[in-house]
Ligand binder design. Structure first.
Ligand code: NAP
Length: 458
């Protein structure tokens, strides 16, 4: 019998695994199970809305989803109602491709003040993720602080300062664009706790912020004078490229554009200050000694009304799966968590790398499943019919890939001007679209129960 595989999570790691399984030539049946009605994970809700070319990889994933051996079960959360044990009882192999959807905490006082939003929340909000549509961030401020020197920090800063014209070809939800523009942010500070040579920006993304229509970049030449000691050859090359770009940015004319992006280095956040909401971040000036951060006892305060810590992500605990809270992932041996249970992508490695970095994980996982099949007697479990029976027994009706394609078509049809789509940000609206009679859909946000899912679904 065919090897039955359930992939939990329809993001890049999940799709690359499905693709590798298909390419392996093994006799497999693959079900991709997704909490949202919409597939593609970070492609839809993590990649910045103005990076549409990166999102094109979704077309490739779509081809995988349309293969006869692959099925998509949208709007099904694996956790309390449908459990990992249910999946493991039904499928020979269960692959966790759930990403890392939570923010790593900063662990400093004031982190919970209104006006502070981790990048998982903020990026989810500006990408129209249904979980964050009601975030309503404090944008009514002149200055925002973005903590972190990775690409997410650059994404957040760019989205805050780009003009409406620059965002016109993006899929930024209109209400998000209006809220950002109405807020009036003029100064965005990107703060690194290490020096410029240690920043984790990639050069294409860093160069991009030097070409913004309404925003100039401010870099202190003293911060980019020395090269530091960034480690491996690869890091050194990236560091040299970044330093060259930052040195160029440091020479740009000042005072010619209405907004400013300030790069500040060697500042470690020690407290977020404010009474009712944030009004400043306090930093200690730090040095890197033998790779470690050392405080200098000198403190710097940056006044602001919005703080976005973009300091990395972590996965969430799922009942029935060992979880390492310190690293924020599911411990595994190169992706093998337990017999028949695997992890790929950020759930396996933690939150690092670009979209394509997930591809090798998928290939490794497909090879592991093939190798384990003989030893563990894969092919015995019924797979899809047992899972469908489980969903019926729990009163859950899932959505199909065709349902997603109807949502997709409706979003594209609703786009205005050069925008590629107008995203649904509300689950209830997606379900209403799928219902033949929208009056049958409850007004409240969708639940996963059979009553809330239209008859058009499976
Ligand atoms: P990241 O690249 O790991 O950067 C995290 C940053 O946060 C680092 O500068 C880190 O500094 C800093 N940090 C961590 N803890 C901190 C703390 N307690 N206080 C102050 N700073 C702290 O993570 P990311 O930006 O979230 O990106 C995740 C991955 O997605 C990366 O691989 C990134 O390249 C990728 N990505 C790619 C794109 C793209 O290609 N366009 C876009 C977005 C994201 P230290 O170095 O000192 O630890």
């Amino acid at each position: 019998m065919a090897i039955s595989v359930a992939i939990v999570g329809a993001g890049p790691a999940g799709f690359y695994t499905a693709e590798a399984l298909l390419e392996s030539g093994a006799d497999v049946r693959i079900d991709i199970i997704e909490r949202l009605p919409t597939p593609f994970g970070l492609i839809r809700a993590g990649v910045a809305p103005d990076h549409q070319s990166t999102k094109q990889v979704a077309r490739r994933f779509e081809q995988t989803a349309l293969q006869a051996l692959v099925d998509f079960f949208g709007n099904v959360e694996i956790g309390e109602v449908v459990t990992i044990e249910d999946l493991r009882a039904s499928y020979d192999a269960v692959v966790l491709a759930v990403g890392a959807g939570l923010d790593r905490p900063l662990g400093i006082p004031g982190e919970l003040l209104p006006g502070v939003y981790g990048s998982a929340l903020f990026v989810g909000w500006y990408n129209g993720h249904p979980d964050f549509r009601t975030l309503s961030p404090h944008l009514d401020t002149r200055a925002a602080v973005v903590i972190g020197n990775g690409n997410v920090a650059l994404d957040v800063a760019r989205v805050l300062v780009k003009s409406a014209d620059e965002m016109a070809t993006s899929d930024l939800p209109e209400e998000v664009g209006r809220a950002i523009r109405a807020g009036g942010i003029e100064d965005v500070y990107i703060i690194g706790r290490r020096g410029a040579a240690d920043a984790r920006f990639t050069s294409v993304e860093l160069r991009e912020v030097g070409n913004l229509a309404e925003c100039e970049t401010l870099v202190d030449p003293d911060d980019v004078a020395s090269s530091g000691d960034p480690g491996s050859d690869r890091q050194r090359r990236q560091s040299e490229r970044n330093l060259a770009i930052l040195r160029g940015l440091a020479t740009f004319p000042r005072g010619v554009k209405p907004k400013r992006l300030h790069f500040r280095f060697n500042l470690t956040p020690v407290a977020i200050e404010g009474r009712r909401s944030v009004d400043a971040v306090r930093f200690e000036r730090t040095r890197v000694v033998d790779g470690r951060l050392v405080g200098t006892g000198e403190f710097v305060r940056i006044a602001c009304g919005l703080v976005i810590p973009a300091v990395g992500y972590r996965s969430f605990a799922i009942p029935g799966i060992p979880f390492d809270p310190a690293r924020g992932l599911y411990p595994s041996t190169d992706g093998r968590i337990a017999p028949g249970l695997y992890a790929v992508g950020w759930a396996k490695r933690g939150p690092s790398g670009v979209i394509g970095s997930n591809r090798p994980d998928g290939e490794i996982c497909a090879a592991q499943i093939a190798a384990d099949a003989a030893v563990q007697g894969f092919g015995e479990k019924p797979g899809r019919p047992a899972f469908e029976a489980c969903l019926r027994a729990r009163g859950i009706r899932s959505l199909t890939f065709d349902d997603w394609r109807r949502i997709d078509a409706a979003e594209i049809a609703a786009a205005t001007g050069p925008a590629p789509r107008r995203k649904f940000t509300d689950l209830a609206e997606m379900l209403a679209l799928l219902a033949e009679d929208t009056r049958r859909i409850p007004a409240a946000a969708a639940s996963m129960t059979a009553e809330a899912i239209p008859e058009t679904a499976r």
